[in-house]
Design a protein around this ligand. Sequence first.
Ligand SMILES: *Cc1c(COP(=O)(O)O)cnc(C)c1O
Length: 240
Amino acid sequence: MNKLNETLLRNWHAVREQVDEIAVQAGRDPTTIRIVGVTKYGNAAVTRALAECGCLDLGESRPQSLWEKAPLLNDLPVRWHLIGHLQRNKVARTLPLVWMLHSLDSLRLAESLSTHALSQGGSARVLLEVNLGNESAKGGFALDQVEEALVRVSALPGITICGLMGMASLQSSHECDLDRARREFASLRTCRDQLCDQGLPEGCSLDELSMGMSGDFPAAIIEGSTILRIGSRLFEGVEV
Ligand SMILES: *Cc1c(COP(=O)(O)O)cnc(C)c1O
């Protein structure tokens, strides 16, 4: 095994073990937590090496990177996740490649997804992106807009809502920021729980909570994350 594969394999196992350990401590079943390896830092060869380690959920934040890499890895059973903003003029080309879109951030995008999913004869699996810190630089629905978005999006054919996605507003290892991240993750979970209690629109589920990155995933696990999006931790010691 070469150095790249060795390092990636070690990182992948270390992250999976840490996730499992925190889940057990939090009283959760570790098999209910999916790790998406975010490969935006690496080229196609590095991405392939990570998949060969067994990290078969891969995430890209740019549609163009997905277009480039997906065909090169199509001999592997990879599930691709788009975690960054999707422009409407890129929907047609992106839709057939993604297993789950984490970043449904507007009703206009939802309408475009619906149209293209119908014409491609499939259904788009999506998460509604929530702007947890109400940061103007970030997309997504404000917490108090999620309910209406859920109703409007679930009325569109060709879209399957699977859950919610959120990012903590500051990525930093300061303790106060980790507390804040945890509070923000808790607010996403509470929002989900309230919507479920009220009764969800026909055909949609909010089982998935995509939250937690390299710097804050322990807090996200404690607050109920089912999908962690982890990039830099997996690439430590790797030249990309
Ligand atoms: C880059 C990125 C991640 C991964 O970030 P790391 O801190 O490198 O783990 C997760 N989610 C989104 C939306 C990203 O753009």
